[in-house]
Design a protein around this ligand. Structure first.
Ligand code: ZN
Length: 412
């Protein structure tokens, strides 16, 4: 019945819906469920706003022409001749060019794009047809292999091939954060909203622009260097506990769309596909032995496995895990964090029964370090969560954690 409601897009419609085969009217509780599911779905996805859709003018309303003489030091690349409602009256708008645009491949069409920006200004642009250029670059691109990316807090991206990219971007964001907070505070003192300040709005635009350039630069570099055929990314969530709630909201609003549009462009230009995987616990899991522990962290950026002693840059270890999850059921973004942890713990216990002694002890000679007992699992709350079928009750040292505690550990 839900399927029928969905197929008819009748979630919020009034009036009865009849099941074709049985003639049965879909009862109210099913309709209510359909509404509630759809409301939930719509709450998670922004509805399209038509206010920011740009207008395209074709040759009947606007004509493009190259300048016949150099104006504004030769920076004018095109003139748009706009028709008006008054016969014979034209408005000529000069368009400035810049190097990036001039070098871009593609064929300029006889189309003009008109945008109304947030400040209420009209901007004009020429429309370039990238179809042929993209087809050519796709054919020329010989991608191979899979490249996994981890979105880190201190580095923008870490890859499964061991690269760290976009370092220092957090520093820049912190600077933006300080400026934004300063303006917001002074606005609030004056009893005004931050967005009422022109400087504030301009700064938010700057953050967006910075993110766009940085993501574009890093991903271009990756493609040039690694020439991957497929990218595997964790579910992108731009959140950083070091930044203010204000900046986090800005990042959340634009970060995802910035990366999404860049990935779409990469697919269009080079045929590189991308997959999102579930990143839960990927930063706490050892890539070598699979041991998951919130304490698997050495100093700052180091990952240090308490079971096997494996040591690596934390973001690189996570990137490897992300890459491997692509083929695993826990890689699905629809899995809950809880289910992912359950799977990691169960797999590890199946490989190393609770009676087994930790092998790394003699090899790494790290017994007694940090006062940890021989088997780190006995003090690891994650291993208290294993279903009784896997761990015998005598070995369950700690009560299962409340989910709130898990969250705190993950964030740490
Ligand atoms: Zn390990």
């Amino acid at each position: 019945m839900l399927y029928v409601v969905n197929r008819l897009s009748a979630w919020f419609l009034r009036g009865d819906i009849v099941m074709k085969e049985s003639g049965e009217i879909i009862p109210e509780d099913v309709r209510r469920l359909a509404r509630s599911i759809m409301r939930h779905v719509m709450g998670r996805h922004r509805r399209p706003t038509l206010s920011r859709i740009s207008m395209r003018l074709d040759h009947r309303a606007a004509r493009l022409a190259r300048p016949t003489e150099a104006t504004q030091a030769g920076r004018v690349g095109w003139w748009i001749n706009l028709s008006t409602m008054e016969p014979g009256k034209k408005i000529a708008v000069p368009l400035l060019t810049y190097d990036y645009h001039a070098e871009r491949p593609g064929r300029v069409t006889n189309g003009v794009q008109v945008n109304l920006n947030r400040e209420g200004q009209l901007t004009f642009g020429v429309v370039t047809d990238m179809g042929e250029a993209c087809a050519k670059s796709r054919a020329e691109y010989d991608g191979r292999g899979v490249l996994a990316l981890d979105f880190g807090l201190s580095t923008l991206f870490a890859t499964s091939e061991g690269q760290l990219l976009g370092q220092g971007w957090l520093k820049r964001l912190r600077r933006y954060d300080a400026l934004l907070s300063m303006i917001a505070a002074s606005q609030q003192r004056a009893g005004k909203k931050p967005r009422a300040s022109k400087r504030y709005r301009a700064l938010v635009e700057d953050v967006r622009g910075f993110l766009r350039t940085e993501v574009g630069r890093v991903l271009n570099h990756l493609v040039e260097q690694g020439r991957p055929k497929e990218l595997v990314l964790e579910r992108l969530d731009f959140r950083n506990p070091d930044l203010s709630r204000r900046l986090n909201a800005i990042l959340r609003n634009c970060g995802r769309s910035v990366i999404k549009s860049k990935l779409a462009a990469l697919e269009q230009r080079f045929g590189i596909t991308s997959t999102e995987v579930n990143p839960a616990y990927s930063s706490q899991t050892c890539n070598v032995c699979g041991y998951v522990d919130a304490r698997n962290r050495g100093s700052q950026d180091k990952f240090h496995c308490l079971w096997c002693g494996h040591t690596k840059h934390a973001d690189l270890n996570a990137a490897r895990n992300i890459g491997e999850r692509r083929a695993l059921p826990i890689g699905s973004v629809f899995q809950s964090k809880h289910a992912v942890l359950g799977h990691l713990v169960a797999t590890f216990v199946a490989r190393h029964p609770m009676s087994e002694r930790r092998p790394g002890l003699s090899r790494f000679g790290r017994s007694g370090q940090r006062g940890l007992p021989a088997d780190p699992r006995t003090t690891n709350p994650y291993f208290g969560k294993v279903p009784p079928a896997v761990v015998r009750s005598s070995e369950r040292r700690e009560a299962p954690m409340k989910s709130g505690t898990t969250q705190a550990l993950v964030a740490a």
